[in-house]
Design a protein. Structure first.
Length: 175
């Protein structure tokens, strides 16, 4: 945990990579994403701009100490490629390790559903509409999964009760 915090404080965000198959449209195996946790920076995962990625790599790979330090690199309205951190990482393909984020559990107020425009997180009205739509779909999928889970548990309980009843009847038939 401390490693993620230090990385975010020093670099500007936790470094995530595009792990999707390069054949998939919009996949970019060279893309670098940051997931920041700072006041005044979006909560969403954002792709570094080519000049930001270049400055980071030049700094990290420099053989001598560079004159200027580009760190921390912080996203702004120009970082338009964004990913909602609530989206399952197996679907977005943007992550460092598959285990790094828990699956999304909706709350009464989750990001992307507010009717108040937040230009920091959603630079354009279209971004916010798409965010609301994704939040709605996530909530629907979560609710459907919960209903299926409850139905399976109910069926399991009922099957267990039938089995207990059958055992009692078998026991009463024996002398």
């Amino acid at each position: 945990m401390v490693g993620y915090w230090a990385e975010a404080e020093i670099l500007g965000g936790v470094v995530l990579l595009d792990r999707r198959d390069p054949e998939i449209p919009n996949a970019d195996p060279n893309a670098v994403y940051f997931h920041s946790c700072r006041k005044g920076v979006t909560y969403r995962i954002y792709q570094l701009l080519p000049e930001q990625r270049g400055a980071l790599l030049d700094f990290l790979l420099a053989e001598e100490t560079p004159y200027a330090c580009p760190l921390p690199i912080l996203g702004d309205a120009n970082n338009r490629v964004r990913v909602d951190p609530q989206e399952p990482i197996r679907e977005t393909g943007i992550y460092r390790d598959l285990w790094e984020r828990k699956d999304y559990v909706p709350t009464s107020r989750h990001a992307g559903t507010s009717c108040v425009r937040n230009e920091l997180d959603f630079p354009t009205p279209e971004d916010q509409r798409e965010g609301r739509h994704r939040a709605h779909l996530r909530n629907q999928n979560y609710q459907a999964a919960m209903r299926a889970r409850q139905a399976a548990q109910r069926a399991e309980r009922e099957g267990g009760l039938e089995e207990q009843h059958a055992e009692r009847e078998r026991g009463s038939e024996e002398p």
